[in-house]
Design a protein around this ligand. Structure first.
Ligand code: PGA
Ligand code: ZN
Length: 415
């Protein structure tokens, strides 16, 4: 039974406040979880409640802390900690809004995840096993963001992430080692071609060559590094275009470095990229409400089309997409929707309908490794958690541990 729910304001990788929630049970176990935060957020996400005012330039989370301690804790004390669905339903009922704007989506996510962790502890199980049962022994394929642009990097690139995807590796351990070697090699090449400043990294720990503006240059540099390492058979490419963030809602056009693209021209550009490069994953190719455009691309391209801002891990939006064939994969970010149970609901819908599942970080997070656990526990074949910096590498370290712990197999692309 839950005995106490505590919250604190802590700092994330951007030195910005976020929530740390602890759920304690009568028998003395406790689960603690840190809440992530996106920068390139979708408008349909759950509300991330911030204090406003001058403190931390308005980004404080003291109101969310108070909501957890004064409004959520009294309702949860006495509740069974292993009844995740009941806890999450209660959180939703207490909040009473569709977008979590009353108590804050961040409060809901923090309590939901902390309860999940406390539940695992009370069963004396690792989180991935508690969540996924004995069958959860497959380690997902990482999509590693080598070059950043858009809102997350100071490069001139319009797309947010240029990823390598080690679809041809035999194990997670081998995959991450080869990703690291390509990362070092790419660093050497970028320093030479774009100067040392290209080695600065963005929010997810990928390089940000300031003078690079064309996605094709990013792909060419990455493929050069892959070839120099002799790993042509191992790697394919992915992008998160995060197109909402270079879309002009006034006239419906998209702004890339070399000019303005109509929707149709942008669709042609993706087709051209797929023809030229071993591109297997395209996230958010169009703005967050263009379900028809996503369907057109899913139909036309072999690469998987991933819905992030489109679906926001929301079952209802995912079902709307499935109905018209929009997208091939669900990006799963728990804090986009609010609670663990709602994310599971979307994941199950994705699985039943043949959509791939990619569990994803946020650009703002901490070294808390629940993400790695959840990816294995949800039996996702894909994980996206950035590149360097400890809040990223700790996820990889935990996946390496899990791989060793359960003699885990490596996922098959894409599901
Ligand atoms: P965010 O970016 O965490 O800032 O939303 C990551 C993404 O768009 O996938
Ligand atoms: Zn995205």
């Amino acid at each position: 039974e839950i005995d106490a729910v505590e919250a604190r304001e802590i700092l994330d990788n951007r030195l910005e406040p976020t929530l740390r929630v602890t759920v304690r049970t009568e028998d003395g176990t406790a689960g603690q979880a840190d809440v992530p935060r996106g920068r390139s957020r979708g408008v349909h996400e759950a509300v991330d409640l911030r204090d406003g005012g001058d403190r931390y330039r308005g980004k404080g989370v003291k109101t969310a802390v108070r909501n957890v301690e004064e409004r959520i804790e009294p309702a949860l004390v006495g509740h069974s900690v292993t009844d995740q669905a009941g806890i999450d339903a209660l959180l939703r009922e207490l909040d009473g809004t569709p977008d979590g704007s009353n108590l804050g989506g961040n409060s809901l996510t923090g309590v939901s995840l902390a309860a999940l962790k406390a539940g695992a502890k009370s069963h004396d199980l690792p989180l991935y096993r508690y969540l996924g049962g004995p069958a959860a022994t497959t380690i997902p394929i990482p999509l590693v963001d080598l070059i950043e642009g858009g809102e997350l990097g100071a490069s001139g690139l319009p797309f947010q992430e240029h990823q390598i995807v080690p679809t041809g590796a035999d194990s997670f351990g081998d995959a991450i080692r080869m990703c690291a070697e390509v990362y070092y090699e790419l660093g050497d090449e970028l320093a030479e071609s774009h100067g040392e400043s290209a080695l600065s990294v963005g929010d997810e720990g990928g390089y940000t060559p300031a003078t690079m503006t064309d996605p094709r240059d990013a792909f060419d540099s990455i493929l050069d590094a892959v070839r120099a390492c002799g790993y042509e058979d191992v790697f394919e490419l992915g992008i998160d275009a995060a197109a909402t963030h270079f879309h002009d809602p006034d006239d419906g056009t998209y702004r890339l470095a070399d000019g303005t693209y109509t929707r149709g021209e942008l669709l042609e550009f993706y087709a051209e990229l797929e023809e030229t490069y071993p591109l297997v994953s395209i996230e958010d190719p169009l703005e967050e409400d263009d379900f028809e455009g996503f369907a057109t691309l899913s139909d036309r391209l072999d690469a998987q089309i991933v819905g992030d801002d489109l679906f926001v891990t929301n079952d209802e939006r995912l079902r709307k997409g499935i109905d018209i064939g929009a997208g091939d994969a669900l990006l799963c970010k728990i804090n986009q929707v609010g609670t663990v149970s709602e994310a599971i609901e979307a994941v199950e819908t994705a699985r039943e309908n043949g959509y791939a599942i990619q569990v994803s970080e946020r650009s703002g997070q901490t070294a808390d490794t629940w993400l790695a656990e959840v990816a294995v526990g949800l039996r996702a074949a894909q994980i996206k958690t950035g590149t360097t910096r400890s809040e990223r590498t700790e996820q990889y370290n935990r996946l390496l541990e899990i791989e060793a712990e359960c003699d885990g197999g490596y996922a098959a692309w894409p599901r």
